[in-house]
Design a protein around this ligand. Structure first.
Ligand code: ATP
Ligand code: MG
Length: 791
């Protein structure tokens, strides 16, 4: 059948179709919001696979969020039967993590390296500052964090950073100390994931050549928001023309939606890409399929106030639709009340689904007052961004205990829970311990023995407690490990005694469910540890087979679990616990949608990029808030705010509300605001100014405040509802796999004799947990590890 007749292509317009069926050469799609860029990207992958031009293993696709990556995989598997295992689809961080897990030795990392999220990173820096007596007035830890991340994003290691004066010398010194500390503890931060995989590709010819041969097609969504290092990484993995490269890059983006300049994104990457890769195909898409024209006209009028633009057009055939509704509220409280009233009306009176309604705001701090209203009204909602499940204090405490089970030398986790729940270990003791560890060049746990007296005994008791727990939970399922940890750590008991602890206990219990569904549904978390076993083994094999994988699973089967990375020498592999911890770290940076529950979506405008909803509320349209006050004095900053507003408007399909409040509580003060200039920049005939229905509306005290109040109790309408417990617990497998079964005594070439504690999975995925005495408990891939049964 001629490629052009494929049903995949039906329903695309001629420009989209041309983009999908481009020859395997570099291309850039530059087009406005809602013009089908992401759809073209996904369809192109499907088309390439279906026409046999590439195998799933030959595709590398970068999306902006984990959510987008999952959506893409789901869409692809709906279009074609295919083996999703070999597909590299994910965020830059997710892909780099996968890459480093595959090559952990070359990357000089422990196999089970843990990921520091932004909070962990900050506390690691604070700890360092204390330890080395850095003057925190002169060098605030937050600024140091910014500095370190900035250096990494520019690809600079400490020796590469230009030192201009005493101050920058000191900063670089701290950067170096921080790096040493991370390396010692076996942890990496987000920037490190990216930088280290870039360096590995740069410095290792065989690995680089392997990936260059492998990835025939590299597709990147939201290209306008890539930073310098990400673009360098793309160049490294694709190879520039003339470097004997075989890959074709498809970059899609919209300069008007570039909203991460403040974090180092470079729109200039688009022009560089066209030049450096001699891009032959530049495609424009001008038809918007998302929004009615009142909405689109508003977006177009707004963005025309920006001077620095590449210039694009956008039209729609959808008709004018409803006017854009604008409302003024006396206070932020009243605004929130109005939003909640209105969206209930949308759901009850007009048949909107809750998950098709988004409430957007410029700063995460704005969400609280809206959340309170939603909670009081009993409207299910879900917050993206802000404090995410895995970032909540109680969850982080629990994860710290789990991390210590995996790696007792994880000093960040050690310090987090050594005295939590409180067990009489004071700040002074911890200082002594840190000094001792530093003097001996060891981790904290190794220095415990050197402390005398009661302090030493208390610390010793803590370490013993963790050790005992580790022994007790060997051979247990992830859920069992978590439950036992919650009890014996004293966390549950601690929160039980706390009057406000009920929610926290609920969250902790939710953690066990999250782990459970991670194992059963996610198959160890696709984005966390997905990897074809022993990536480098392919170096010596023939080029990837062409066409679809004949062993691909049938349509609608759940996606198969990707195999865990395996050490080719010993067969050692990640424990489910280590895999789960990685998942928790990556997931914390990017919330994923829950299955099924119909909840209103709350998120910052930044987080809404790429998404679409039937109805959208953009709240807080006030000078100083949106546009943000930091941008007001700066032309570029103001243009970025306007692009942000453009992103917000173009999320709406049918209905759009814009609201502002005369007064607002922010950071503990009531502030008086005038309405945003962006409202003035919209075409008057597309707007309708409405007055709220409520009569008592204007009576609301302007200074009403919920500051100081607790966030609402989440109940079952709250933030973590995506972690539903699976219907049935899987029975632990006891039948032998590869002739190995729990209870047996076995022999391993490197680790010697050991006892099999449990066996999971089948065939190539089978893993055994074996206790090897001196070598401790290991997880082994049975297909690789050569175990022999000893009587
Ligand atoms: P953004 O810039 O916001 O990321 P986008 O350019 O990636 O937007 P998509 O999200 O791919 O746009 O598409 C917007 C909407 O239009 C989606 O619902 C998509 O399914 C729909 N769409 C795209 N192309 C067509 C088409 N040819 N016919 C009908 N609907 C289309
Ligand atoms: Mg898109």
């Amino acid at each position: 059948r001629a490629a052009a007749d494929l049903p995949l292509l039906a329903g695309l317009n001629p420009e989209q179709r041309a983009a999908v069926t481009l020859p395997p050469e570099h291309a850039l799609i530059l087009a406005g919001a809602g013009s089908g860029k992401t759809r073209v990207l996904t369809t192109r992958i499907a088309w390439l696979l279906q026409t046999g031009q590439v195998s799933p293993g030959g595709v590398l696709a970068v999306t902006f969020t984990n959510k987008a990556a999952k959506e893409m995989l789901t869409r692809l598997t709906a279009m074609l039967p295919l083996n999703a295992r070999g597909m590299w689809i994910g965020t830059f961080h997710g892909l780099c993590n996968r890459f480093l897990r595959a090559h952990y030795k070359l990357a000089h990392l422990p196999q089970a390296f843990q990921i520091l999220d932004t909070q962990d990173q900050l506390s690691a820096i604070k700890r360092l500052c204390k330890q080395f007596q850095v003057d925190e007035e002169r060098f605030p830890p937050k600024q140091l964090q910014w500095f370190i991340s900035g250096c990494k994003e520019d690809g600079l290691r400490p020796p590469d950073v230009e030192v201009r004066d005493a101050e920058s010398r000191k900063k670089v010194e701290i950067y170096q100390l921080y790096e040493d500390q991370c390396q010692r503890e076996g942890v990496v931060d987000f920037g490190e994931l990216m930088l280290r995989s870039y360096e590995l590709l740069r410095d290792n010819d065989a690995v680089r050549e392997h990936y260059r041969r492998r990835f025939r097609h590299i597709l990147i969504d939201e290209f306008q928001d890539t930073n310098k290092l990400q673009y360098a990484w793309i160049k490294m993995i694709a190879g520039l023309p003339g470097e004997g490269s075989h890959s074709a890059i498809l970059a899609v983006g919209d300069d008007d939606q570039s909203i991460y300049a403040f974090r180092g994104a470079r729109v200039g990457n688009m022009a560089d890409f066209v030049r450096e890769f001699s891009v032959q195909h530049q495609i424009k898409l001008e038809q918007n399929y998302r929004s009615h024209s009142n909405i689109l006209d508003s977006a177009n009028a707004l963005i025309s106030h920006n001077q620095r633009r590449l210039g694009k057009n956008l039209r729609t055939d959808a008709g004018a639709g409803e006017p854009v509704r604008v409302v003024e509220a006396p206070s932020d409280f009243a605004e929130a009340e109005w939003v909640v009233d209105e969206l209930r009306q949308l759901v009850k009176g007009e048949g909107y689904e809750r998950k098709e309604i988004a409430v957007l705001y410029r700063s995460n701090a704005q969400s609280r007052v809206i959340e309170t209203q939603l909670f009081n009204a009993g409207v299910p909602y879900r917050v993206y961004g802000g404090l995410r499940f895995f970032e909540r204090a109680e969850i982080k405490h629990a994860l710290a205990y789990l991390r210590l089970l995996e790696n007792p030398r994880d000093d960040t986790s050690f310090l987090r829970v050594v005295n939590f729940p409180p067990r009489g270990i004071g700040a002074r003791t911890l200082e002594q311990l840190q000094d001792a560890a530093r003097a001996a060049g060891t981790s904290l746990v190794d220095a415990v023995g050197s402390l005398p007296g009661r302090a030493g005994a208390n610390l010793g008791a803590f370490v013993a407690k963790v050790d005992v727990l580790r022994e007790q939970t060997a051979g247990c399922t992830l859920r069992e490990i978590i439950e036992q940890m919650l009890e014996s750590s004293g966390l549950i008991e601690h929160y039980r005694a706390d009057r406000e602890g009920a929610d926290r206990i609920e969250n902790l219990e939710e953690l066990a469910s999250a782990a459970e569904s991670f194992v059963t549904q996610e198959g160890f978390g696709r984005d966390a540890v997905a990897l074809p076993v022993d990536e480098t083994a392919e170096l010596t094999q023939s080029p990837a087979s062409q066409g679809l994988d004949p062993d691909a699973p049938l349509l609608n089967e759940p996606l198969p679990a990707p195999p865990l990375p395996v050490d080719a020498d010993t067969g050692e592999t990640l424990s489910p616990l280590a895999a789960f911890l990685t998942h928790a770290a990556l997931e914390a940076g990017d919330n994923q949608a829950q299955a099924g529950q119909d909840a209103v979506q709350l998120m910052s405008v930044h987080a809404s990029k790429g998404l679409e909803f039937d109805a959208v509320f953009i709240t807080g349209l006030e000078e100083g808030l949106f546009p943000h006050e930091n941008s007001l004095s700066d032309h570029d900053g103001l243009e970025e705010e306007r692009r942000l507003m453009y992103v917000a408007i173009t999320r709406a399909r049918r209905r759009l509300y814009l609201s502002h409040a005369q007064t607002r509580m922010l950071h503990g003060q009531t502030r008086y605001h005038i309405k945003s200039r962006f409202l003035e920049e919209l075409p008057e005939d597309a707007l309708k100014w409405i007055t709220p229905r409520r009569s008592g509306f204007a009576d609301m005290p302007a200074s009403f405040s919920i500051a100081g109040g607790a966030r609402p109790a989440w109940g079952n309408s709250g933030i973590h509802s995506n972690f539903s417990a699976p219907a049935a617990l899987p029975a632990r497998k006891t039948e032998p796999s590869h002739g190995i079964a729990a209870g047996q005594q076995v022999f391993h070439n490197k680790f010697g004799e050991g006892k099999v504690l449990s066996v999971q999975g089948e065939g190539d995925d089978a893993r055994a947990q074996v206790s090897f005495g001196r070598h401790g408990v290991k997880w082994l891939a049975l297909a690789v590890a050569k175990l022999t049964v000893v009587e």
